[in-house]
Design a protein around this ligand. Structure first.
Ligand code: SF4
Length: 165
């Protein structure tokens, strides 16, 4: 399966994550329209990531995982909270799918350090294929999808999507 959508745009775990949170974010990210870098939520995410991620993570084209535990072949996705747990699980499922393609039969775990929570994820290939197609469909759209108001209040794109507020 090809993960390249345009010359410089790939299906990534981050885009899979965003497609479950807000499809408009997926589209904006794919155009390299990035949110305010010092938004507090982004800073918190980077801080937690730097504390709990490997220095040398596994990478494949268009994907970079946080951590890989060799003993039991577990991919660990670190998140700041459980707010978008379904999205995190879909992102991790995408990584498991990519790894399976290259012969690594890994299991997955979403880790939320602030809660000491670990949620196990096993590969669902059909779901991964659906998510990959959803990302491609959004990214190939000429215009950004409508706003998903439910998540706007705390979103780093808020000033972009709601410029007159
Ligand atoms: S501000 Fe709202 S519509 Fe815009 S990207 Fe964020 S969640 Fe989506």
């Amino acid at each position: 399966m090809s993960y390249r959508i345009f010359d410089d745009v790939f299906v990534t775990g981050t885009l899979v994550w965003y497609v479950h949170v807000c499809r408009r974010e997926t589209w904006l990210m794919s155009r390299s329209i990035t949110p305010y870098h010092q938004h507090p939520r982004l800073e918190l995410g980077r801080a937690i990531d730097s504390l709990h991620s490997d220095r040398v993570p596994i990478t494949l084209e268009g994907m970079k995982i946080d951590s890989f535990r060799v003993e039991d072949q577990t991919v660990i996705e670190v998140k700041t909270s459980s707010r978008h747990l379904e999205s995190a699980m879909a992102q991790l499922n995408y990584y498991l799918y990519r790894l399976r393609e290259v012969g690594v039969n890994a299991r997955g775990q979403v880790y939320i350090p602030r809660k000491g929570q670990r949620i196990q994820v096993t590969l669902d290939e059909e779901r991964a294929r659906r998510d990959i197609e959803a990302v491609k469909e959004v990214v190939m759209g000429e215009l950004p999808p409508p706003r998903r108001i439910r998540y706007c209040r705390k979103c780093a794109y808020r000033d972009f999507c709601w410029p007159l507020e």
